[in-house]
Design a protein. Structure first.
Length: 56
């Protein structure tokens, strides 16, 4: 399977943000505003990736 470069970059950004969210959740808790903010951003990126994947 050949993934376009922009999707590869998006996947990398998703993975980095996922790690950041997990770290933030451990440090500040899952209900902290910072953790929720990161989670919402991650949701947007995941939705974008899914939309791009469907459009193939």
């Amino acid at each position: 399977m050949n993934i376009p470069n922009y999707q590869t970059e998006l996947l990398q950004e998703i993975e980095e943000l996922r790690i950041k969210m997990i770290t933030m959740g451990i440090k500040k808790g899952l209900h902290h505003d910072d953790t929720i903010y990161i989670s919402k951003h991650l949701d947007l990126l995941l939705n974008k990736y899914q939309t791009l994947s469907i459009q193939k």
